[in-house]
Design a protein around this ligand. Structure first.
Ligand code: LIP
Length: 266
């Protein structure tokens, strides 16, 4: 695979994310409401999620017509080029619905199943995070890296919760056991931003059970390229069972603790 392809895909992703972020920031209706729900009454979709995914898929069809696309709001085409785009038009939809600032546009490109480009656009932070495989991680075009490793009990750990009652109850039990053992917990509401916060040193670690590919694809690459270790259960990749990103030296003990606490099941 050539660096030229990575740079081409990065340029497409950056422009798609920029355009979508501007639409979402500047075009948010004052009376924005819930257009539909998915896995539960609190798993919501707004008209802007749908409009944002359409903007991205139309742009990709124009610039990269032979690529596949997988999107949170239903986009799902195989393509013929070996490149597949994995997109979350609004990661942090509930925050966006309520007018809270922590939401992002997440766009990743896979080549033969491996994520090689990731872009996370956070308009309300005026920050754009990006990475290409092997090329490092960047925030607003400046190189970014994880924090130095803290003692376990001084780690600032991000997490999130699912939309199903049974899962949330199980996640609360894991949190109850972990909270007294670390510096503190942060629950921002956007996996993509949480992963980028690990990348740029605002969190020491982030874990969550139940993420979809579009939640984590771009942010995981950015975190990894910034020096974090990423994965899921011991020996497993980051996936819907468990996603973990942490600074080296903290990753393994936190992964062991999460395994002991059963953070990988409901
Ligand atoms: C969100 C994730 C977040 C999780 C939320 C939700 P969405 O994705 O980014 O980490 O805690 O429950 O799943 O639904 O806003 O695209």
């Amino acid at each position: 695979m050539t660096d030229q392809l990575k740079q081409e895909l990065l340029a497409v992703a950056l422009e798609a994310a920029r355009r979508t972020g501007a639409l979402l920031r500047d075009g948010r209706p004052a009376d924005l409401g819930v257009a539909a729900t998915k896995t539960s009454p609190i798993d919501v979709v707004t008209e802007m999620d749908v409009a944002a995914e359409k903007l991205i898929t139309d742009f990709l069809a124009e610039r990269r017509p032979d690529d596949g696309v997988l999107g949170e709001e239903g986009a799902n085409t195989a393509g013929s080029s070996g490149v597949r785009w994995v997109i979350d038009p609004i990661d942090g939809t509930v925050n966006y619905l309520y007018g809270l600032p922590s939401w992002a546009v997440s766009i990743a490109a896979e080549l033969d199943g491996e994520t090689i480009v990731g872009v996370v656009e956070a308009p309300m932070r005026a920050e754009t995070y990006h990475a290409v495989a092997g090329g490092g991680a960047f925030r607003n075009g400046e190189r970014t890296r994880v924090r130095p490793t803290p003692p376990f009990e001084q780690a600032l750990v991000g997490t999130g919760f699912g939309y199903l009652t049974e899962r949330r109850a199980a996640q609360a039990e894991v949190l109850r056991a972990l909270l007294p053992r670390v510096r503190d917990i942060r629950r921002g509401g956007s996996a993509a931003i949480d992963l980028c916060d690990v990348a740029c040193g605002r969190l020491d670690a982030y874990y969550e059970r139940g993420l979809n590919p579009w939640d984590l694809a771009a942010g995981e690459l950015i975190a990894r390229e910034a020096g974090a270790l990423t994965g899921g259960r011991p020996g497993a990749p980051a996936d819907g069972n468990l996603t973990l990103a942490a600074v080296p030296g903290l990753f393994e003990p936190l992964q062991r603790r999460l395994e002991e606490l059963g953070a990988w099941h409901d």
